[in-house]
Design a binder for this molecule. Structure first.
Ligand SMILES: C[S@@+](CC[C@H](N)C(=O)[O-])C[C@H]1O[C@@H](n2cnc3c(N)ncnc32)[C@H](O)[C@@H]1O
Length: 349
């Protein structure tokens, strides 16, 4: 039987000596089975396919000071890396709530955590937007600690079917919850040039927002369908042809990153959700309750900083982080995705 099983378990076929696309990376997609190979990928400073490496774990745990018996919330479950560390601190006493809007990754993370021994007696996972944090409070009561690790997970970015990256061909979707709202492709179909220019500027500080917006809207008006990630990338490339050759490729890559980020923030109403979450935080935190927020974008960090300072002046927060906390150089070297992370915290009075 053993031999027969081996016969049938063919490796995924790919061209060349190494798997390149997401689907071909079958070892990385089965970390339980190929732990050594996954460890090698991490050692090289990469994130294995289908996995997310949690950022600023030590800094977050040091601040949250989680004690067994407490009640807390991970507002952004993702791969469950931070959740797992918080559960360890609870030591089977107390309760942790965890939320995510992503209906694709959430069940996988729930299964993974259940497999590690964290079931509903200690962990409640809900498919919910963190802007509705007040609904959690009705069930949980005052929360001793809260974490929000904003943005997208590596599993979402790396899966071409989700359309988060121009680096591989996929549908231009960019929704964290593909079951709700409209995709980025649909959004572009009806957007005006002014609105798109404003979106690129506000959500991503795109210096070429005007000409990129003009090029996209003019293509759509002429009947061109921009339905894939690479179609959008090609329009940005063509528009920025005027950039001197020396810097062109680099500048185009950065422009693509900014445009995809701007669209993602827009289709997921990310600023609106964060604003609502920040407004509701004081009413769900226990006295002395602690909140830590990890952001990856200057617009998000500005919102967090403003809200924390506002509630500090009002006496609602007793203390807030005097300065933004950045991941260590060591962490950034080992995980380049940590480089743009900014951590802020607040303690309720
Ligand atoms: C950076 S990842 C979190 C990674 C996680 N801390 C870990 O260690 O695995 C961000 C997650 O937040 C989710 N998310 C983003 N905005 C959200 C919102 N408004 N409400 C709930 N979840 C959200 C995303 O779907 C994604 O899974």
């Amino acid at each position: 039987m053993g031999n027969q099983e081996q016969k049938h378990q063919r490796r995924v076929r790919y061209k060349g000596t190494h798997p390149k696309t997401f689907k071909e990376k079958y070892k990385e997609l089965q970390p339980e089975k190929y732990a050594d190979d996954v460890a090698k990928v991490i050692q090289k400073g990469n994130t294995p396919a289908g996995m997310h490496r949690s950022i600023c774990v030590n800094e977050i745990l040091e601040f949250l000071q989680i004690n067994p018996g407490q009640t807390g919330l991970d507002a952004t479950l993702g791969y469950g890396g931070h959740t797992l560390e918080m559960l360890k601190c609870l030591d089977s006493k107390g309760h942790l709530y965890a939320l995510d809007v992503d209906p694709i990754e959430l069940p996988r993370t729930r299964e993974r955590l259940k497999h590690l021994g964290y079931g509903s007696e200690i962990l409640t996972i809900k498919h919910m937007n963190f802007s509705n944090i007040d609904q959690i409070y009705l069930e949980s009561g005052p929360l001793n600690f809260i974490l929000a690790d904003l943005g997208v997970s590596s599993m979402q970015i790396d899966n071409p079917e989700r359309g988060f990256t121009f680096k591989s061909e996929g549908p231009l979707d960019l929704r964290l919850n593909p079951e709700k709202g409209i995709s980025a492709a649909e959004r572009l179909k009806t957007i005006s040039q002014d609105e798109l220019e404003g979106m690129l500027l506000e959500n991503a500080d795109e210096p070429n927002s005007k000409i990129i917006a003009r090029a996209i809207v003019s293509k759509i008006k002429k009947g061109t369908d921009i339905s894939t990630t690479t179609e959008l990338q090609q329009i940005i490339k063509d528009t920025l042809k005027f950039i001197p050759e020396k810097n062109r490729n680099d500048e185009i890559k950065k422009a693509c990153q900014r445009c995809f980020q701007a669209l993602r923030i827009d289709v997921n109403s990310e600023f609106e959700a964060l604003y609502e979450f920040l407004e509701k935080l004081p009413s769900v935190l226990a006295e002395g309750g602690r909140v830590a927020i990890l952001s990856f974008h200057s617009g998000e960090d500005r919102l967090v900083k403003k809200s924390f300072q506002h509630f500090l002046r009002e006496g609602v927060y007793r203390e807030v982080a005097p300065n933004v906390i950045r991941p260590s150089a060591e962490e950034c070297n080992s995980n380049p995705r940590a480089r743009s992370a900014k951590l802020r915290w607040a303690i309720k009075a």
